[in-house]
Design a protein around this ligand. Structure first.
Ligand SMILES: Cc1ncc(COP(=O)(O)O)c(C=O)c1O
Length: 414
């Protein structure tokens, strides 16, 4: 099968949910994907923040082979050898106490929402005054299931499926006054992505995060930090909330946790966990021996290869180089992000689309989010030389986009 025949078959057989790029990848190695014609692509997106260790990483290959020969699935009715070791690693690096494993990000987020409701119910049974509502942020993205879309800001993702979960109010991003006005004893959880991903790579401010923590402490509501995109090392710390020195009550993980094997996790404090008893929540696949074994290999490799340090140094270099480009090109409005979660905002959606396509033509994979933002979520094993390649291509594509139109999108002064 070639690309054209696959496209034709998919158009008749699949639900029409994705606008795919016309590329057919067959293999991958390191930070490169290889297409059907044997052409290599520098991958600065890593499967939307998933392939943290890149492609064909020996530690992942070894874990996959080993565990597939031992045991893939038994159900959560029985114990297996990897659950506790993985949960121990996750609790140690997060500062939280307990883990619930899922198959995806949105399931982890649903578990977080349910936990906030259950926690409020437990507090009410103790005579505390706490309701069932949630506060979420403008530009937020928490997934596609009903609770997740209810806490996701973009109308387009919610409107066709109304009514979604009621009781969610959106707070203006980083607006502490708005947060304080909208918070009350009616709220059982505040939903925050410490660095918003789909929303355009926007870090929450220290002041806003601290205010959310303080408000939750005042009533017993839970502070829910969605780290599905920004967590597990992507920002150079295990969790983005660690940049703020704020511990949430709950955090969610998914994307990179098992390097492409579907998996997610919700982590919480012992206090929040008290509201859950057997049978209240569960999953068939979540936390099976196969996914857990791969997740252990991911965490151990990040630790053994000192990748958090590499993410910090290569990420800072990438950020600096993007900022230098911004200084040269008026069409770049902003450079944002931490570690290897970076965004370059351009002054128009058309331009961002044009640049993303031009980079793809040069075999560099980036993605456009929030219309005007080029998003970089490369594998954690990215090196400075890859950044140099990307920056050179970006500079050239921006200049080319303005070719024939003076002054070529470049700064003529200053
Ligand atoms: C912050 C955040 N939360 C939740 C999700 C949903 O994860 P999944 O697509 O695995 O359900 C995503 C996915 O992009 C995300 O970025």
């Amino acid at each position: 099968m070639n690309l054209a025949s696959i496209q034709a078959a998919e158009s008749k057989l699949l639900l029409n949910t994705y606008e795919r790029n016309p590329l057919l990848f067959l293999t991958g190695r390191g930070v490169y994907l290889r297409d059907e014609n044997g052409q290599d692509y520098l991958d600065l997106l890593s499967g939307i923040g998933v392939n943290a260790l890149g492609y064909a990483h020996p530690a992942i290959e070894e874990a996959i082979v080993r565990q597939s020969k031992r045991l893939i699935h038994t159900s959560n009715l029985f114990f297996h050898e990897h659950t506790a070791p993985l949960a121990r690693r996750l609790t140690e690096i997060s500062g939280l106490d307990r883990v619930f494993f899922t198959n995806s990000g949105t399931e982890a987020w649903e578990a977080a929402l349910k936990l906030a409701r259950a926690n409020a119910g437990r507090l009410r049974s103790q005579g505390r005054n706490i309701g069932t509502g949630f506060l979420a942020l403008d530009h937020s993205f928490h997934g596609r299931s009903m609770g997740s879309v209810a806490t996701t800001a973009k109308e387009k993702y919610r409107e066709p499926f109304m009514p979604v979960m009621p009781g969610v109010e959106f707070v203006r991003f980083n607006d502490v006054a708005d947060l304080r006005i909208k918070f009350s004893s009616e709220i059982c959880g505040i939903c925050i992505e410490p660095i918003q991903g789909e929303g355009g790579i926007h870090p929450v401010s220290q002041e806003f995060f601290a205010a959310a923590r303080e408000l939750c402490d005042s009533t017993g509501a839970l502070l829910l930090a969605d780290e599905i995109q920004c967590g597990l090392g992507r920002t150079g710390k295990w969790f983005a909330y660690q940049h703020y020195n704020i511990l949430p009550d709950v955090t969610t993980l998914a994307k990179p946790i098992a390097n492409g094997i579907p998996m997610g996790a919700m982590l919480c404090t012992n206090a929040a966990a008290e509201s859950i008893t057997p049978g209240m929540h569960g999953t068939t696949f979540g936390g099976n021996p196969f996914a857990c074994a791969i997740a252990i290999a991911v965490i151990d490799t990040i630790q053994r290869d000192n990748l958090l340090h590499q993410i910090q140094t290569v990420g800072s270099y990438f950020h600096e180089e993007l900022s230098k480009l911004a200084a040269r090109h008026d069409c770049i409005v902003d450079v944002r992000g931490i570690g290897l979660m970076l965004g370059l905002e351009l002054n128009s959606a058309d331009l961002a689309k044009q640049i993303a396509t031009a980079l793809m033509d040069r075999r560099i994979i980036v993605n456009r989010t929030s219309e005007t933002v080029l998003r970089f979520l490369p594998p954690f094993i990215l090196e400075r030389s890859h950044v140099d390649t990307a920056i050179a291509a970006l500079g050239e594509t921006i200049t080319a986009a303005f070719a024939g139109t003076a002054p070529a999108g470049e700064k003529t002064h200053g």
